[in-house]
Ligand binder design. Sequence first.
Ligand code: ADP
Length: 250
Amino acid sequence: MGSVGAKEVPVLLTPDGRRIDGRTLDELRPIRIEAGALHQADGSAFVEWGANKVMAAVYGPREVHPRHLQQNNKAVIQCRYNMAAFSVDERKRPGLDRRSQEISKVIAEAFESVVFAEEYPRTSIDIYIEVLQANAGTRCAGLVAASVALADAGIPMVDLLPAVAVGKVGGAIALDLRKEEDNYGEADLPMALVPQSGRLVLLQMEGHMTEEELARSLDLGVQGCRTIYEKMKAALRERYAVGPPAGGAA
Ligand code: ADP
């Protein structure tokens, strides 16, 4: 343990390049994606990503509430990201704070780039993201869950939207930060990629890094997104795989 002021900070990077949980710099946390986890929603997905647990539900296209948001030429995409009061160690004040509102907005905007909203004028596509357990990277886990949920709901899209955060920890660029790395690291850079076009539709940064480090971060993040993309497609294939006929095999 090193120390900064009165606070004990963990060693984020060992001399041989291992991270606090033993991962290498370009290693993702384990990810499990379940498409269609809820029965009530039109589409849903549950994502366990490291210690994050995130549920997404999609409704629509359906009537717009509140009515004044209705658009005559396309569907409106509304997103509500919420972190449960029990999702973090320190009890979080329940309800939508500024952070949740910001995350809801950037996620909705990311989906506006991929959903064929003009196919459903005067309707709403509603995305609900509930973070049940948080350990950094929840906006990315929320995007991944919501993207699979949208596909599960049959909403036409250009592509799925994998997302991951890259950051700088112990002076090195690292993929997929966990909580301690996010808290004590030097930078955090969440991004979401449209894999087919290679376009980024969400990119945020907290902290600081050099131009060269930023370029490396983007490369690493794009690679990470491509790996996650394969897992998203596999989850959807699993959900819609044609199983043996009811009644069991002969
Ligand atoms: P992201 O979850 O997308 O990385 P942030 O960088 O804002 O978003 O948050 C990093 C982590 O900090 C969260 O995943 C969560 O573990 C923790 N955190 C965020 N907000 C709170 C809060 N109000 N109370 C306690 N912990 C929080």
